[in-house]
Design a protein around this ligand. Structure first.
Ligand code: HEM
Length: 314
């Protein structure tokens, strides 16, 4: 940057570290309530500061995403180049889900669930009567960052400078330093999963359950979850995404879930992973994790920079 240049816009807290608690809130914006949504989004950082400052060590963050359909209604004007509806991926056995009505996503994270809860309350105080809540999930850290299947989840996330490299848009002015996010809410068939022994479960995931060590190429089946989710560009470079999956559930209702959330600079990366998982690579070689996991929701959002949200162009 040259002296006198403007500071680059500040991203939302996309790359915040994994936390102990999270809330995922998906809403549709009622017709005529676009300005209410836009005003709330502009004030979101202020609300987050109001709650977060009361325990700064808890690291409260809130990331807001806007869907393709909602973008035109709320902001109009130029669009992020890769913002579109999440495709449905239909394989021989498993099919993904599109939650077409989802206009806005709020991803709240903190070390304490009460801070997420309080910020969500303030958000809904502003949006009540203007939005329809489609899905609301409270996620929690499970032991050493395991999913409810019992495996450590998040190990191969990018770190250091690799995070921004993976998640921030860098070739789409004026949308650079924004991001894209894909969410899917999965429920697990724990009876079927628990009928497998540990070695069989390890073949489904592609890593050791206790130690989290990756299986060797000889041991790892082609339909293991991590075998189908390591993807590369034309030059053979691995394409990373940033995942912040959270377990959720209500054992009393036999509900055991994983809320998948992945941030990326290009939705094409996550869409390739979903194609590999559901359709299979090669087609038919689908992800074995899907024999024990059913998606109930699915949506893609653009995550504008914090500067854009606070002061959008007229
Ligand atoms: C890796 C669980 C859905 C992408 C992993 C790992 C686990 C896991 C345990 C291995 C440890 C790690 O590196 O994090 C799950 C569960 C899911 C789910 C329980 C929901 C049923 C997804 C989806 C995607 C995805 C929908 C992408 C669209 C990845 C990627 C890796 C990974 C990219 C890292 C691969 C590597 O570099 O080794 N997942 N996952 N996962 N998962 Fe998932």
């Amino acid at each position: 940057m040259q002296a006198g240049d403007l500071e680059p816009p500040e991203p939302q807290a996309v790359s915040a570290p994994l936390t102990r608690a999270a809330i995922f809130l998906m809403v549709s914006v009622d017709a005529g309530a676009e300005q209410t949504a836009k005003d709330l989004l502009a004030d979101l950082a202020g609300l987050q500061r109001a709650v977060g400052f009361r325990d700064a060590s808890a690291g409260l963050t809130c990331v807001a995403g806007i869907s393709s359909a909602a973008w035109d209604r709320i902001y109009g004007g130029p669009r992020p180049a890769e913002l579109h509806e999440l495709p449905v991926f239909a394989g021989e056995k498993h099919t993904s889900v599109l939650t077409a009505e989802a206009d806005l996503l709020f991803h709240l994270r903190a070390e304490r669930l009460d801070l997420c809860f309080e910020l969500e309350t303030l958000i809904m105080d502003r949006l009540r009567g203007s939005v329809t809540v489609l899905d609301e999930v409270q996620g929690f850290r499970y032991f050493d960052a395991r999913d409810v299947l019992g495996f450590v989840d998040g190990t191969e996330n990018p770190t250091g400078g690799g995070v921004n490299q993976a998640v921030l848009v860098d070739d789409d002015e004026p949308f650079d330093r924004g991001s894209y996010v894909v969410v899917q809410k999965y429920l697990h068939d724990m009876q079927a999963w628990n009928a497998l022994n540990t070695e069989q479960q390890e073949l489904v995931i592609g890593r050791r359950k206790l130690s989290d060590v990756e299986l060797s190429d000889e041991e790892k089946p082609a339909d293991a979850h991590i075998a189908l989710n390591v993807i590369t560009d034309d030059e053979g470079n691995e394409l990373d995404i940033l995942r912040d999956n959270m377990p959720f559930g209500r054992p009393g209702h036999d509900e055991f879930g994983t809320y998948f959330i992945g941030y990326t600079k290009s939705p094409a990366v996550i869409e390739k992973m979903l194609e590999n998982m559901f359709v299979g690579s090669p087609p038919g070689n689908y992800d074995r994790i899907l024999d024990f996991s059913t998606p109930l929701t699915g949506a893609l959002f653009y995550v504008p920079t914090a500067d854009f949200l606070e002061d959008p162009p007229d």
